[in-house]
Design a protein around this ligand. Structure first.
Ligand code: ADP
Ligand code: MG
Length: 684
């Protein structure tokens, strides 16, 4: 197979490597090996050193080594279980090889006088003698020469033998010279990819743990990162080539809104708004992520952007991940626009079919100008008149499929994603590289800092007393009980118990309860009473996590804070500190604390800045989990590690840009080589 045909590397595993039978191919497929390329990337999980033979006397107990000698005797011994014991000697000392699993005919293979090599971990045997349990054995008669490379040990699966993998990889390595697709001069400081792979598969004792070994690994990571960056670059290009509506501010509705606000936009808000305006004034689709900490004032920015669409005669929509959050957006938007005469509609799965029909009709005819709801707004029955801009709140909560459904509406509306979970730089550079990012990194003025207090739940009654005192001073309180999926009913019971307990001990104050099992209308009415100050204490499961805005609420009590994630805690804490009074966040925890819980609580106690917290979260959880691999739609990295390979990532990003521009054909080849089946990502 020296045709050099690139396509061969992506397929044809079976035809091209003669040692692969269809049965073997099925087994390889089970461990993700479907192509030549996959086979080459199946690098050893460890190495065994069979390049040397040690004197039995020289190997210490605990060492992993190869020794050689003549068989002295081979006997089956009946201890607790049957075992085969083979003693060999190199003239100076005897060592015992022990096998617990053996077929009867094995015994005859160990004829006295035969010379064999045995490899394994040397253990203390009986008395002063040494032994090796289940050594790897070779007859010296058959393989007299020692190998000069390590023996590679590969990851394998049921029914796939180590020596089978070794054999087919040996065969694949013969064709290595054809895989250097990237121009060599671009990555001159590292070995060629073919050299790197050869080094890793056939590592010599001299190379082990040296610069050469390290550089080979680095090259592998580098190419993987370049491939990832190329795919993101392409996704960026595709998205930014979608045609969309040109929207320019007309200073009608937008002016009216600005004039009606009790405050001025901050410098930060004006800056990001300028970035958004510049995007939507182009005939191509905006794909912008607006990130800003909880309470940083993203809502008004999004509303301004939507009004630009409306004052140009188009529709705009907001999609939020939960019913309660979508409803909050609806209420807030109505409030913000109360002086402006445009139709804002609410669309959710829980509307009656009659209500839906009216709303659908208003959306279709264009009477509805701003449409707010959950993903219900992208069901197939919903037909827009002329949607030009869509805001997606808490975008990381939506999966790839929902984002695709949005795109499939056909009109390529400008997209403004919002997130209150700031994306750490490594992630922004890798998984979100297909979006433009605007950041609000200062909160609006007039905020009072939130004091965070950690209290052992044994002192709960003191907290209740404090809450009573604060209520008598006209403060309002959130009391959050976490919801853990496995025991939803139990947790609901906790919330109900807490509700009863607080009602009993807070005489004269009204306590409300809101949880996921309530009907949306019930939830909404409790929330309304709370925001109007008719309820002083709101007991809630974590349904209030995002977006709820009640400025008079100044105390946040979180039960079982040790069970919650960092970003969740930060989001919850951000519900208070929105008005002018001093705010407190009381974290109740159940001792004893595990290591991770301790670390998390320390971070939340010491930090108020969402970016720092997000970075710590990344450090504790790792990028995969933080991101939700499934939601990113991108294949996971196998070799590079975002926590430790930041410098490489930066380099790969620059190289990918260069390759995309100068060598577009190579870019396409390289992407399909690495990510055979990830094309769907490009459509999102
Ligand atoms: P988030 O970014 O979490 O969505 P919001 O948009 O809900 O934040 O804003 C939080 C609070 O800050 C709201 O009560 C809003 O009225 C207020 N706010 C927004 N912008 C400003 C500003 N420029 N000056 C003062 N207060 C502001
Ligand atoms: Mg918000």
């Amino acid at each position: 197979m020296c045709s050099g045909d690139f396509e061969d590397w992506k397929s044809g595993l079976l035809d091209k490597i003669k040692n692969i039978t269809p049965t073997l191919a099925t087994k390889l497929s089970a461990i993700g090996i479907n192509t030549y390329w996959d086979l080459l990337l199946h690098i050893p999980i460890r190495y065994e050193d069979l390049t040397k033979v040690y004197n039995i006397t020289d190997v210490k107990v605990g060492a992993v080594a190869q020794i050689e000698g003549e068989i002295v005797c081979a006997t089956v011994v009946n201890k607790r279980t049957k075992q085969l014991q083979v003693q060999i000697t190199d003239g100076n000392e005897i060592i015992t090889l022990i096998f617990f699993h053996f077929y009867p005919n094995y015994v005859s293979q160990y004829q006295v006088g035969k010379k064999i090599r045995a490899f394994g971990e040397v253990k203390a045997g009986f008395g002063t003698s040494k032994s090796i349990i289940h050594p790897k054995v070779q007859s010296v008669n058959y393989t007299p020469n020692l190998s000069n490379t390590f023996s590679s040990i590969y990851g394998t699966t049921n029914g796939l033998k180590q020596n089978q993998i070794v054999k087919i990889i040996e065969e694949a390595l013969l064709l290595l010279d054809q895989i250097d697709i990237l121009p060599n001069n671009l990555i001159a400081n590292l070995p060629k990819m073919s050299t790197a792979l050869l080094t890793l598969h056939k590592l010599t004792p001299k190379q082990f743990n040296t610069e050469a070994h390290n550089e080979a690994l680095t090259r592998l990571k580098m190419d993987e990162l370049i491939a990832q960056q190329l795919i993101l670059y392409k996704a960026y290009e595709l998205k930014h080539n979608n045609e969309s509506t040109v929207l320019k501010p007309r200073a009608t509705y937008t002016r009216m809104l600005l004039d009606s606000l009790p405050y001025k936009l901050t410098h930060e808000q004006t800056k990001v708004l300028g970035e958004i305006y510049a995007d939507i004034a182009k005939p191509t689709q905006m794909n912008r992520l607006l990130q800003g900490d909880v309470g940083s004032g993203k809502t008004i920015v999004a509303t301004m952007a939507m009004l630009v669409a409306v004052e140009n005669g188009y529709q705009a929509a907001i999609m939020a991940p939960t019913e309660i959050l979508a409803q909050q957006h609806y209420i807030k938007t109505k409030q913000l626009l109360h002086k402006i005469d445009i139709e804002v509609v609410w669309l959710s799965g829980s509307l009656t079919s009659k209500q839906k029909k009216t709303v659908y009709n208003d959306i279709k005819t264009g009477v509805a100008k701003i449409i707010i709801g959950t993903h219900a707004i992208f069901q197939k029955d919903v037909e827009f008149n002329n949607l030009a801009l869509i805001t997606v709140d808490e975008q990381h909560r939506f999966g790839v499929e929902q984002r695709l459904a949005l795109q499939a509406k056909g009109m390529n509306p400008h997209q403004l994603m919002m997130s209150a979970t700031p994306i750490p730089r490594t992630l922004a550079m890798s998984y979100y590289a297909d979006l433009d990012i605007s950041t609000i990194d200062k909160l609006p003025p007039g905020r009072t800092p939130i004091k965070t207090i950690l209290i052992n739940s044994g002192r709960r009654f003191e907290v209740i007393k404090f809450v009573a005192e604060m209520c008598s001073k006209n403060s309002q309180v959130y009391w959050v009980c976490p919801l853990i999926e496995e025991s939803e009913n139990l947790d609901l019971q906790n919330a109900i118990n807490t509700f009863n307990e607080l009602q009993d001990s807070l005489n004269g104050f009204r306590v409300g309860l809101v949880h996921g099992k309530l009907k949306p209308t019930e939830k909404a009415s409790v929330m309304k009473e709370f925001s109007e100050g008719k309820i002083q204490v709101l007991v809630a499961t974590t349904v209030i996590e995002v977006g709820v805005d009640v400025p008079n609420a100044s105390i946040m009590v979180i039960e079982h804070s040790e069970r919650m994630g960092l970003s969740q805690l930060h989001q919850l804490r951000g519900r208070v500190g929105r008005g002018s009074v001093d705010s407190q966040c009381i974290l109740l925890y159940q001792a004893p604390l595990g290591e991770i819980a301790k670390r998390r609580l320390k971070v939340i106690y010491e930090n108020n800045d969402g970016f720092i917290i997000a970075n710590e979260d990344l450090a504790i959880r790792g990028p995969g989990e933080l991101l939700g691999q499934k939601q990113s739609g991108l294949p996971a990295l196998r070799f590079a590690n975002l926590d430790t390979d930041l410098a490489l990532l930066k380099e790969a990003k620059e190289l990918a840009k260069k390759i995309s521009i100068k060598y577009p054909d190579i870019a396409t080849k390289f992407i399909s080589l690495w990510f055979n089946s990830s094309e769907h990502f490009l459509k999102v």
